[in-house]
Design a protein around this ligand. Structure first.
Ligand code: ADP
Length: 709
């Protein structure tokens, strides 16, 4: 009795408090209003019901029963109206339904107080009221509104998304639990098992519904509250199941065994039952926990793990495409989100758009993105936004979450995420994770962008280099063509010049030697001049021809064993006149017989060149040629008493077209600067070397070697 009274008092109090709390939260909302109405109806029902069960006389009992029926008449309609408007602020029930409902409710209420609903009551075996025909009106009104309420809420649930869906889910859960358990306690236990001890707790079940609805109205993505709710529901289910099993077993089994086995049998049964319960507790608890976890945490992930996964991903690549794709994939997979996008913003417009899942049905207009970008660096959650432009934009583009991507220099883009697969709203955990992750993502994207730029730059650079190279190649090719043309020209002309020059030289020499008659002293002088110039010209032409052949790689050598002394003597013969003209002594005194491996013509040219130079640059004194054996080679030296060559110029001489001033300005003597270059090439081609020794004012000596046979 006392327990029952306490339960009733506490229940009614909580109901009234919750009702008032919700009412004052928003007095204008239809949901809040109908909720408060329902709590008051339930509270008064709890109270009057208590009186109807605990009155002394049949008369008073009948009165309270009628009052209970009066109050209950409003219960169904109130629930219907609440479910219909939930969670909106406006009542949207059609007028005709409202009129109909008002009519049936009023009829039921009026009849409740009349003798037509409950005719009488007897207290002989507990409270036993006798129903009248009007009970049908009551039943019709009650069930019609409850069923209509259920249908509306189910339909709403299917259409709703985000927070609304979650809210409806809680209401739904509350409804199911309440109706489920009040049916179990009030119907199954009482009517089928004739067990009434639990009726006392009946009002508590109403409380469950009310608590659920309260939570749904006040809402929130408070994971911890969800956890408490989940655990509470799980343990509550456990308790009820076990108690139900215990009671059911005791009563069914003991009534079965009652006559045969008395108290000892009951003890035995009790022991067995206690054992079953004790052993069944854990697995059952786990099973129920699993089920409730499935309902409440089906989208659970570990923040730490996911963050470290994402961070790894960020550091694994610098390719923008790969980075954004990877991140979106991971987020969608782990948080279980339908779709996502990363928008990159540059210079006041969208630069790049990366979508994941869900095609880009409609291009996100620039100005809409601009609106979203103007938010502070905080997550924007659709369900928590007040109605307005931003909310509309998110709704139209099917996104539920947005976070700006900000780096030191400013905002570079947006992270957009769609609805969660479960239809749940973004939980605290989600939001916290995304809040931590977004700046990291922003930095990684910035790096990737920088990398992209460098990549592009190096591409352009490569292209430029390629262009320049191909231009150079073209020029080079042309140059080579021109050079080849020139070589051919030089080679051709020199060849053509050489023949007549040789002929002229031959004729002059014949005349000078007196074979064509006596030559007067005067004529001889002129002819000798002509002969000397002709020799110089021939040397020049020969040099030109050699150069062009050397360059073209067409120089042919006819290597054979030669008597070196003989070749030197023959060569000196041709330039003897030049030395005589300058009154220079031209000396060669063979010391030993030397047989070298060389091309005779080339060797002669080398000696003529070196001796020619010596004569050309020497004014007084002599030009001496010597040759001797030195190991495997023969060394030939051409020594003069000319002006000498400065040390810094000595190596230059062997390069093409190189002439040096020397002390006595040898340049003035004419020439091409080719002679020594040709000598070096010829000597080296025949396996020898050339070098010189010279001291200021003490003449020069040119040395070269040739392999001995
Ligand atoms: P060229 O004699 O046609 O100018 P060379 O290649 O034969 O070309 O000689 C190159 C230069 O070396 C000469 O112009 C001269 O300045 C210097 N040279 C060559 N031989 C001598 C030498 N015996 N004495 C001084 N200078 C020399």
């Amino acid at each position: 009795m006392l327990l029952e009274f306490l339960v009733n008092i506490v229940t009614s109090l909580i109901l009234v408090i919750l009702g008032l709390f919700i009412f004052f939260k928003n007095r204008k909302s239809a949901t809040h209003l109908f909720f408060t109405a329902l709590t008051f109806i339930l509270a008064s029902w709890t109270f009057t019901n208590y009186f109807s069960l605990h009155s002394d006389t049949e008369e008073i009992t009948l009165f309270w029963i009628r009052v209970v029926m009066l109050i209950t008449s409003f219960m169904g309609p109130a629930l219907f109206l609440l479910l219909h408007s939930f969670p909106k602020d406006k009542l949207t029930v059609k007028k005709k339904y409202l009129i109909f409902l008002t009519f049936t409710t009023s009829l039921s209420a009026i009849l409740a107080m009349s003798p037509f609903m409950f005719v009488s009551v007897s207290l002989e075996q507990g409270v036993k009221p006798t129903p009248g025909p009007a009970i049908l009106v009551f039943a019709f009104n009650f069930f019609i509104s409850v069923i209509a309420g259920f249908i509306t809420i189910i339909r709403k649930y299917l259409k709703a998304r985000g927070l609304e869906k979650l809210q409806i889910k809680y209401v739904f859960l509350g409804l199911i639990i309440t109706f489920g358990f009040s049916n179990i306690t009030n119907f199954i236990f009482v009517v089928l098992l004739k067990f009434t001890s639990f009726v006392v707790f009946g009002p508590l079940f109403n409380l469950i519904l009310v608590v659920f609805i309260t939570y749904a109205i006040v809402k929130h993505r408070l994971m911890d509250i969800r956890l408490i709710v989940a655990r509470t529901v799980s343990y509550f289910l456990l308790l009820i199941t076990l108690a139900g099993f215990y009671v059911f077993s005791i009563f069914s089994l003991s009534s079965f065994f009652y006559n045969i086995a008395a108290s000892s049998g009951q003890i035995f049964i009790n022991v067995v039952l206690v054992l079953i319960i004790a052993f069944g507790f854990q697995p059952l608890r786990r099973f129920l926990e699993k089920i409730t976890d499935k309902i409440f945490f089906k989208d659970r992930y570990e923040t730490e793990d996911l963050l470290s996964k994402l961070t790894n991903l960020l550091s694994s690549t610098l390719i923008l495409e790969k980075l954004t794709k990877g991140v979106l994939e991971e987020l969608l997979e782990e948080i279980k989100i339908k779709r996502g996008a990363i928008v990159l913003w540059e210079k006041g417009r969208v630069n790049e758009f990366f979508y994941q899942n869900g095609t880009e049905e409609k291009k996100f207009p620039q100005d809409e993105i601009r609106v979203l970008l103007k938010t502070p660096v905080q997550p924007v959650i659709f369900d928590e936004l007040p109605e307005g432009r931003r909310k509309r934009i998110l709704r139209e583009n099917n996104f539920n979450f947005s976070h700006v991507l900000k780096v030191k220099e400013g905002i570079i883009g947006l992270l957009l995420l769609g609805e969660k697969l479960s239809g749940d709203i973004y939980s605290n955990q989600d939001v916290e994770l995304l809040e931590i992750f977004s700046p990291q993502l922003a930095v990684a994207i910035e790096n990737a962008l920088a990398y992209q730029e460098i990549q592009k730059f190096s591409e352009t650079l490569k292209l430029e280099v390629k262009k320049a190279t191909s231009a150079l190649e073209k020029t080079n090719k042309r140059l080579r063509q021109v050079s080849a043309l020139k070589d051919e020209f030089v080679s051709l002309t020199s060849h053509e010049l050489r023949t007549p020059l040789t002929a002229i030289g031959g004729s002059l020499s014949t005349v000078l030697e007196g074979y064509a008659g006596k030559v007067s002293e005067k004529t001889r002088e002129f002819l000798e001049g002509a002969f000397s110039e002709n020799t110089r010209l021939l040397r020049l032409v020969n040099n030109l021809l050699n150069i062009s052949r050397i360059e073209a790689g067409r120089l042919k050598f006819n290597i054979a064993p030669l008597n070196l002394n003989e070749v030197v003597i023959a060569a000196l013969e041709t330039i003897k006149t030049q030395a005589e003209e300058k009154k220079l002594k031209l000396i060669f005194e063979p010391r030993e017989n030397l047989i070298v491996q060389a091309d005779e013509g080339k060797l002669r040219e080398i000696i003529i060149n070196l001796c020619g130079n010596a004569i050309k640059f020497t004014e007084v004194g002599q030009v001496a040629v010597t040759a001797w054996r030195h190991g495997e080679v023969a060394i030939v030296a051409v020594e003069d008493t000319g002006p000498g060559i400065l040390p810094q110029d000595q190596q230059k001489l062997f390069r093409k077209f190189e002439q040096v001033d020397g002390i006595k300005a040898s340049k003035k003597k004419g020439g091409t600067g080719l002679g020594l270059y040709i000598c070096k090439n010829l000597i080296e081609a025949m396996g020898g070397e050339i070098w010189l020794k010279s001291e200021d004012n003490k003449g020069s000596t040119f040395y070269f070697t040739l392999p001995l046979k």
